[in-house]
Ligand binder design. Sequence first.
Ligand code: PLP
Length: 342
Amino acid sequence: MVEKADIKWSELRFGYLKCEYRFISNFKNGKWDDGVLTTDDYLRIHEGSTALHYGQQCFEGLKAYTTKDGRILLFRPDRNAARMKSSCEQLLMAVYPEEKFIEACVKVVKANEKFVPPYGSGASLYLRPYLIGVGENVGVRPAPEYLFGIFVTPVGPYFKGGLAPCHFTIANYDRAAPRGTGGVKVGGNYAASLKAHKEAVDAGFSDCIYLDPATQTNIEEVGAANFFAITADNTFVTPKSPSILPSITKYSLMHIAEHYLGMKVVEREIPVTSLGEFVEAGACGTAAVISPIGSITNKGHRYSFYGEGKEVGPKTKELYRILTSIQNGDMEGPAGWVIEAK
Ligand SMILES: *Cc1c(COP(=O)(O)O)cnc(C)c1O
């Protein structure tokens, strides 16, 4: 085992810390090269790159964890590979082969082994794969060349305070159009969310929740996390909509709710006015894992969940415990959920 870097792991926040190696591969003349690990954290790309002007780019996010016995696990990288493929297809970009995506994740994690936070630190290594349109261009058209990269950084919890209830408000803007790009992980969706997020934070909330753009009545998701809620009769409910980004964390929690906790799981519309039905609510995604929601404010009306937001509900706690135990190897998950970087 390599010696770990000199980092105060438990003080890490969700920020960028430069690690030694990143993976880069180029697509030219219709094919991907073998890719390399490099220490250079800057890219040199053409000024006409479509990624810069027309938002032709997508990204992924996943984490690596150290187990109690010192192995390194990646959580469901095959799902990220498949989702990046669908993002690329939607934006007419060259697809990076799914098998090679997983191989590259393993390669970059192993190369940066000393930056993978130790077991029990509460931190993990965040991987950021991205694929961008590059090359000489000026018109609105798919790029002639592409660049696929993965950088990594050790991260702590996304929201300060870890598993503590957050307070959300309904967004003043839309995130993604009904037949737009909400279902794929592309940067444009995020550019559109920065102002909504700032206004929510300025008003004293952790973040905002978007409603469905067509009717402004149903909960869609948080800016970078999916939404779920739990009823008093033990049902895990999560919104159904084509403009929600299919969160790997969400689908993992749905499986855990059903198969580990014996809950009923339902994907359906969730009218914002029906929030009073739920006893617990949360936001979920790779970065935050689960952020329990203490309250949601809509047009001056405040819907509170478990313990008025002072405590985390028991089901949310269980979902969090089981998911993180599978991720760090303490508990056996469904076949194929974790792969070892070795
Ligand atoms: C990435 C992302 C999520 C979370 O997805 P995970 O696969 O769970 O990390 C949720 N919503 C949006 C808009 C996202 O981009």
